[in-house]
Design a protein around this ligand. Sequence first.
Ligand SMILES: [Zn+2]
Length: 76
Amino acid sequence: MAFTEELDQKIKQAITSKVKGPCEKCGNFGFDLLDSTIRLDLQNKPNVIEVGGPSVPTIALACTNCGKIDFMQQKY
Ligand SMILES: [Zn+2]
């Protein structure tokens, strides 16, 4: 589900208040917020893909120059 404009702005404000510095790959300072959350499933068994277990809800930022994507835990 896409973020509302209000939620998008709140997330961007929270990120820019805490995250400083340029993209670690290209030095660019701009980023785009990907328009939905991403669920990272925690895997406890090697070679077994578990779905529906513990997970970490995240948001993703993409560098506006090189496209590098960084994941941020949603609760912060
Ligand atoms: Zn970059």
